[in-house]
Design a protein around this ligand. Structure first.
Ligand code: AVJ
Length: 338
C-alpha cells in the first residue's frame, strides 16, 4: 500500500468518523445542521439512489457537461493517449458509472491497471464487473472509498510500479473551494509524480446556461438534491418532510460557482438522529457548490500545486475544458506526504 492523499480541508471535520459504519453521514449531517449557515458536504448525495439520479442528470438536455466532455474525450482520444503514454496505471477519482474511461481505455497503449475509486460501493462493484467482462486482459481493481479523505492504493499485482496517471472527469473538482482544490491537486501531484492528471473542468459561461443546467424542466436535479433528505430519513431516522423543502440552485458570479440549496418552505422542526432542528421559513441548507473556471485560471491553480500544465482541449462553444497536467518527479521517496 502506498500512502497518498492526506484528508482535504473539505473532509477534515469528518476525519474522526472516518471508520464510522455510515461513512460519517450522521456526524457530518448533525454538524452541518448545528452550524449557521447550514451546510452538508455533497458527497452524501451518492447513495445507490443518488448515483442513479446523477446518471439521469448526465442524460438531460440541459446538463451540457457530460456530453460535452465525452465528445472531447472521443475526439481527442489519440492525443490524450499520447500524453498518458504506454503501460500506465489509471486511477479514477469518483468513477461513477465508468462510462468515460472506456474512451480512454480504447485509445491507451497496453494499460496496466485501472483503479476506479468511488464512494458508492454497490454501484462501483457492479460497474467494475461489467468493465472486466469487456476488457479481460485489464486488471480492474475497484476501491470503494471517499477520496476526499485520502487514498491508499493497493500494491500492483505485477510488483513493480507503473507510470501512474490520474483521471478526474466531470468537473467534480468544482465541488471543492479553490483552496481545497489546490490542496487536492498538491496531493495528486505527489501521488502521480512521473505521470500526470487528466482532469475535466467546467468553464465560466453565460449564467443563463448554467441556470438551466441546474434547474432542469423534469426536476431530476431537484430530486437529486432532495435525495439527501430521503437518505437522512432512511439512514438517520430523520423526519424531513420532502414537500416542505424547495430545490434552489443559482449561479453566484462573484464566487464563480453554482450554489445548490434546500430551502425550508415554512417554519418547521425536524428530528435527525434524535436531535431537533428548527427551520425558519426561507432558511436554507446549503448542499453543494460547483465552481467554474477559466482555462488560464485553472492552469495557474494547477501550476501553483506543482503540476506542469500541458495541452487543453475545449469545445467550440467554450462550455467545457479537459486539461493534461504533467506531474514532475520530485526529490525524495515516492508517496511521502507533502
Ligand atoms: C458531479 C459535482 C460535477 O457540479 O455539476 C449535477 C454534480 N449537481 N447537478 C456538478 C451536480 C447538480 C456535478 N458534479
Amino acid at each position: 500500500m502506498s500512502p497518498a492523499f492526506a484528508p482535504s480541508a473539505l473532509a477534515r471535520a469528518a476525519v474522526e468518523s472516518d471508520d464510522a459504519p455510515d461513512g460519517g453521514f450522521a456526524s457530518d449531517m448533525l454538524e452541518g445542521l448545528r452550524a449557521r449557515p447550514r451546510s452538508v458536504p455533497p458527497k452524501y448525495f451518492y447513495d445507490a439512489a443518488g448515483s442513479k439520479l446523477f446518471d439521469r442528470i448526465c442524460e438531460l438536455e440541459e446538463y451540457y457537461p457530460t456530453r460535452t466532455e465525452t465528445a472531447l474525450l472521443a475526439r481527442h482520444a489519440e492525443a490524450i493517449a499520447d500524453c498518458i503514454g504506454p503501460d500506465a496505471e489509471l486511477v479514477e477519482f469518483g468513477a461513477g458509472s465508468l462510462r468515460k474511461v472506456r474512451l480512454l481505455l480504447a485509445a491507451m497503449r497496453a494499460p496496466r491497471r485501472y483503479v476506479p475509486i468511488d464512494i458508492s460501493a454497490e454501484h462501483l462493484q457492479a460497474e467494475a464487473a461489467a468493465l472486466r467482462a469487456e476488457h479481460p486482459a485489464l486488471e480492474v481493481a475497484p476501491l470503494a472509498a471517499d477520496f476526499t479523505r485520502g487514498v491508499r492504493l493497493p500494491a500492483a499485482a505485477s510488483g513493480e510500479a507503473a507510470r501512474r496517471v490520474g483521471f478526474f472527469p466531470g468537473s467534480s473538482i468544482g465541488n471543492f473551494t479553490p483552496e481545497e482544490a489546490a490542496r487536492f491537486l498538491r496531493q495528486a501531484a505527489q501521488l502521480l509524480q512521473g505521470g500526470g492528471l487528466l482532469i475535466g473542468v467546467d468553464l465560466v459561461k453565460d449564467p443563463a446556461v448554467l441556470h438551466r443546467a441546474y434547474n432542469d424542466a423534469q426536476g431530476v436535479t431537484a430530486a437529486f438534491n432532495k435525495n439527501l433528505l430521503v437518505r437522512a430519513n432512511r439512514e438517520l431516522g430523520a423526519t424531513f418532510a420532502l414537500d416542505a423543502f424547495d430545490h434552489y440552485a443559482f449561479y453566484n458570479p462573484v464566487a464563480q460557482r453554482i450554489e445548490m440549496h434546500l430551502v425550508s418552505a415554512r417554519s418547521q422542526a425536524v428530528r435527525v438522529a434524535g436531535e431537533f432542528f428548527e427551520f425558519e421559513p426561507g432558511e436554507s441548507l446549503h448542499t453543494e457548490n460547483s465552481y467554474k473556471y477559466g482555462v488560464e485560471g485553472f492552469r495557474a491553480l494547477a501550476r501553483g500545486a506543482g503540476f506542469l500544465p500541458g495541452p487543453v482541449w475545449c469545445d467550440d462553444a467554450g462550455l467545457f475544458s479537459v486539461h493534461w497536467l504533467a506531474a514532475p518527479r520530485r526529490a525524495g521517496p515516492k508517496g511521502v506526504r507533502a
